[in-house]
Design a protein around this ligand. Sequence first.
Ligand code: ADP
Ligand code: MG
Length: 553
Amino acid sequence: MNTMPTDARMMMAIRVIVVTTLLLVTLIIQYTVTEILPINYLYLVAGLTYLLTLTYIALGRLIRSREINLLIQIGGDLLVETLLVYFTGGLDSPFSFLYLVSIIAASMLLYRRGGLLAASGAVILYGLLGDLMYYGILPLPEQTWFIPTPWTSSRLYFNMATNFAGFYATALLTSLISEKLQKTFKELDANRQNLAELRALNQNVIESIPSGLITISTYGSASFINPAGCQILQTQAHEVLGRHVTELAFFTVEEWSEVREALDGGALVRREKEVDVPGGRRTIGFALTPLRTLDGKASGYTLIFQDLTEMKKLEGEIRLKDRMAAVGELSAGIAHEIRNPLAAIAGSVQVLKNSKALTPQEERLMSIVLKESERLNKTIADFLRFVRPQEKRAAEFDVAASLSETLDLLANSPELQKHEIRREIEPPSFHIVGDADQIRQVFWNLVRNAVQAMPEGGVMTVRTEVEAETYRIVFADSGRGMSRGELQRLFQPFRTSFPSGTGLGMAICYRIVQEHGGSIEVQSWQGGGTAVTVVLPATVSEQGARPLPAARF
Ligand code: ADP
Ligand code: MG
């Protein structure tokens, strides 16, 4: 394995390539021109370079330091260059510029220290060579095509001085630039890293917030949507991107132009809207703010939204509970006050009716009084059951069997004429813990409502299924259905539109199911039918078993 650093290896490769190219070019010239060039020294220089390269490789295996490797190579280069200068005329040689190449390489790779070291090396070698040749200690090489010119001492020193100044100036300037460059690279790297981290953070925040986020361009087209946004709208990003905001269920064209005006005036727009998404109708709350670039230029809008459907449902339930509690408390007192005198009236009339001296007319009137007071008593009994339910006697029972019994009972009811009852009871037996009598009453109220909603006849389907430890029972009828308003008031006591109704059935169902830890969901299409779904857990949780506040008086 070669452990030499990359730049040291690169330097070797470049050197070998340059020398080899030089050699090849010279050889080509040699054989194409008639004049024989005195180039033996070139073979020597090239050979030495190859030899040194092998030495560098060997040293590279021994020495790990990048700096030392590079310094050795630069030292070798300076030696080879001195040799070349010697062969090409010494102080007259045109190749003394090659020192500069080595000094530049050293300054770039090893900065100021390396540059100055290389410059000093060049000064020593070049100075030594110049002096030795000037004083005739080193004879001129045999083979040379440079005719040596006679040198005066002042020319020698001038030549030396300019060259030395050039070497140091090059070393200082190049290292200065490369040090600056290195610093800039480092800073750039750090900035790039910071930017990447910031981007990742932004991305993470946007991807993981539970709210939906859409950015909108100044022209109104969606330019981004986060995963939560796609989930809330039950859509894919590619179906939203590029579409105009008025096609995205939040605004109509008129609303959008009005909203834009408000936004451009600096206002924050907050709204709620019912939106149809593939999974059904959802209530979505959203806020729209202008989006600005760092320098304050308008660059579009951000739309942040949340699915409020569950919250609204919960709010509705709480409101209903409150209302039922208030109504219940007030009217339970009144009902009680009516019941006692009613019992006295009915009792007295019963006694009077038994007297012998009555005309048939009087007897008929008294019968009416008795019948009506009985009906009134029943309504009050129903009502009191609602506001003050009997103690729940919980035991394990077969809820599917109770349902079948209720339907058998209904099948024998005189109310049933052109009605068809479909049973899809699956599984046919399922045990839950609860008050069987109360649950049976829930079933009875619901099936009677379904039948009463179809006075002209129709189909009632009772379908059940087990889902996650709960028993779901759907009572679907093809009756007249309910309007939105009726649906909202469905569980309120005394709201009735059935001829003999009291308006208490659903309120009682609600309370009983609630006390069993279950829930009732109603879907209705006006003129198209109603589906009431009762969900009962197999075992009652502590919370579900707690009676409603309205029951405590
Ligand atoms: P009641 O049956 O005594 O009227 P409920 O509480 O059972 O009282 O029902 C209240 C009202 O809700 C009914 O009068 C009727 O207007 C409406 N309703 C209940 N169930 C249905 C249904 N299956 N289809 C249509 N309307 C219904
Ligand atoms: Mg009813």
